[in-house]
Design a protein around this ligand. Sequence first.
Ligand code: GLP
Length: 239
Amino acid sequence: MKLVVDTPERIAELAAQQYVDLISAKPNAVLGFATGSTPLDLYAELVRQNRAGAVSFRHVTTFNLDEYLDMGGEQEQSYRYFMNKSLFEHIDIAMERTFLPAGELLENGDPASYDRLIESVGGIDVQLLGIGHNGHIGFNEPGTPFGTLTHVAELAESTVLANARFFDSMDEVPRVAATMGIKSVMNARSIIMVILGSAKAEIAKAALQGPVTEAVPASVLQLHPSVTWYVDHEAAKLL
Ligand code: GLP
């Protein structure tokens, strides 16, 4: 495990450099991406590096962690829309090799086929993660068994509330979503976890230094052989 405590700006640069290094060594790398506000600076930095010619995404394949069910990519709240607008439309990526779990689910009704698809291209080289205030990763809420693969998950009430900021009314906030499971995440060869802001200080401590428990899904990362935790000074204040 590697812990890097720095400013959000520097974290975006350092994490982006990990992608640049990986892709220059392996142009057809398989990348696991995340949504939420946490990766936005990193995505902006990847766009900058791509435009500067430091990295090309032409041959990569990407898999996002999660997606709301029954939401088309043209809907602004969908994670497909988020990824297109914050990253994919600005880089030289092949859109047909960018995957989110909902599309696959709708095609064949078997969520774990997403894991098989990931496996069929060689597995994820680096999985990016943010963390929910209750320790969730993807939409794996507290209590999710560590052995789960991609599945349809019910969102915790606190997650529904946190997501409400993106919707006009509470009624519109989805209660279920497709998400890679904890095991799907742990299958990645390496993991980048980014934790920003003082509101995440307690969960950062629980995830990094507390017991490994299904009550704090991100604590499972303590068992992974190759995780870089990027924590800004505010989120690291209790470490
Ligand atoms: C959602 C996503 C998670 C993300 C979390 C934190 O619940 N499903 O993957 O990590 O939000 O979001 P933010 O980065 O905005 O705090």
